[in-house]
Ligand binder design. Structure first.
Ligand SMILES: [Mg+2]
Length: 132
């Protein structure tokens, strides 16, 4: 009788360990899938900037955005590096190392860097889709 109880206890303990491991795995997966509020906010800003880029193109301010397949990768790289340069400029201005100031915010410039990169990714993805 005592042996049966020990087996039952061992089975319950093993079931408990299995449940605990499964739960730990689920929590780990949930953590991996979740991004912070800070990330959400940054991604929202990048999405808004992508929309702005397309609006500016529609208004005739640009001929293309980096999402358009008509642009070459060389041209996209120039646009991206220009935005990186503006971010660098914002850092210099923030540190008061630039004599003439443009007044552009570092965050704004970094959002533009990210949005240009997203647009470029869009173009790569469009190019990878076979024409129908
Ligand atoms: Mg800029």
């Amino acid at each position: 009788m005592a042996e049966i109880n020990e087996d039952a206890e061992m089975q319950m303990y093993q079931a408990f360990l299995a449940w605990q491991a499964r739960r730990a795995g689920e929590e780990e997966n949930a953590m991996a899938g979740r991004i912070s509020w800070w990330s959400e906010d940054a991604l929202r800003a990048v999405r808004a900037e992508r929309r702005r880029q397309e609006t500016l193109k529609a208004e005739g301010r640009f001929r293309y955005t980096c999402a358009d397949v008509e642009m070459t990768d060389d041209e996209r790289m120039c646009v991206l590096v220009e935005e990186v340069g503006e971010a660098a400029r914002a850092v210099l201005e923030k540190r008061r190392l630039a004599n003439d100031t443009h007044g552009k915010e570092l965050r704004t410039e970094l959002v533009q860097v990210a949005a240009v990169a997203v647009a470029w990714i869009e173009a790569l993805d469009k190019s990878a889709v076979p024409e129908r």
